[in-house]
Write a protein that binds this ligand. Structure first.
Ligand SMILES: C[S@@+](CC[C@H](N)C(=O)[O-])C[C@H]1O[C@@H](n2cnc3c(N)ncnc32)[C@H](O)[C@@H]1O
Length: 221
């Protein structure tokens, strides 16, 4: 069984106690339908090394396989959509790196299982890029990015909204976390819905590209 703690200092300084697998699964079962929806968005503002995000991602990928397992292209596309729907923040860079790597390995294992010889490195790079944008090293209280040395920067946390617009074209719109929260506070919802902006929501930049080339940043529009 995986240890739930790493050190007394980390518990004291960051409240780092990981959730056991049994509790993670039981909590995900409470929102089972959302976990089984390929494009439903999840954000964990203190994600650690991704115990919840990994479970949610695995559930989504099982659904992608069930629905699209017979078509490597459709599996690839929808598994990338699933990857793009999951977000996390942690203040510790080693947790963020571990989380990204864990999520990538979950995806890549399923990708190899389903797509076999049709696997390609471009899709792998796209997933790594999406995870690098979606799993952020930052302070979820101040909404600012934190560098690898644990120093808070003046950079705001920015999240990308990913969506297929037509065929294989994927759109990325960037929003600050602060703006997303401010928009939601106004609407006073118990469960916030990321990116569900009112008309005129203020995105920073928008990019459109083939889903396998999101890492090239596409064309800013
Ligand atoms: C109780 S652990 C939970 C980790 C994970 N969610 C889990 O259930 O296994 C809390 C996590 O929050 C992170 N953390 C503490 N303060 C934070 C902050 N202000 N912003 C973002 N993450 C923070 C810690 O580094 C730690 O990984």
């Amino acid at each position: 069984m995986k240890s739930q703690t790493k050190s007394k200092a980390r518990i004291r300084d960051h409240g780092e106690v990981f959730t056991a697998e049994r509790e993670v699964k039981a909590m995900c079962d409470l929102v089972k339908d959302e976990c089984d929806r390929i494009d439903s968005r999840f954000l964990e503002p203190a994600c650690g090394d991704g115990n919840f995000l990994a479970e949610i991602f695995s559930r989504k990928l099982n659904i992608v396989k069930k629905k699209y397992g017979k078509s490597p292209h459709d599996f690839e596309k929808n598994s990338i959509l699933a990857a793009s729907s999951i977000y996390g923040v942690d203040i510790l860079a080693d947790n963020v790196n571990a989380c990204r790597e864990r999520m990538f390995n979950i995806w890549d294992k399923k990708y190899r299982e389903v797509c076999k010889k049709e696997c390609n490195d471009e899709a792998r790079e796209a997933v790594k890029f999406i995870l690098s944008r979606n799993i952020v090293c930052g302070n979820a209280l101040t909404l600012k990015c934190v560098d690898e040395n644990g120093v808070e920067t003046s950079e705001p946390i920015v999240f990308s909204e990913w969506a297929f617009i037509t065929g294989d074209l994927m759109q990325r719109c960037d929003y600050t976390f602060a703006d997303l929260l401010a928009g939601e506070v106004v609407r006073d919802r118990a469960q916030i819905s990321l990116f569900d902006q009112d008309e005129g929501g203020t995105f920073l930049k928008r990019y459109i590209s083939d889903y396998r080339r999101v890492q090239q940043n596409g064309e800013a529009v």
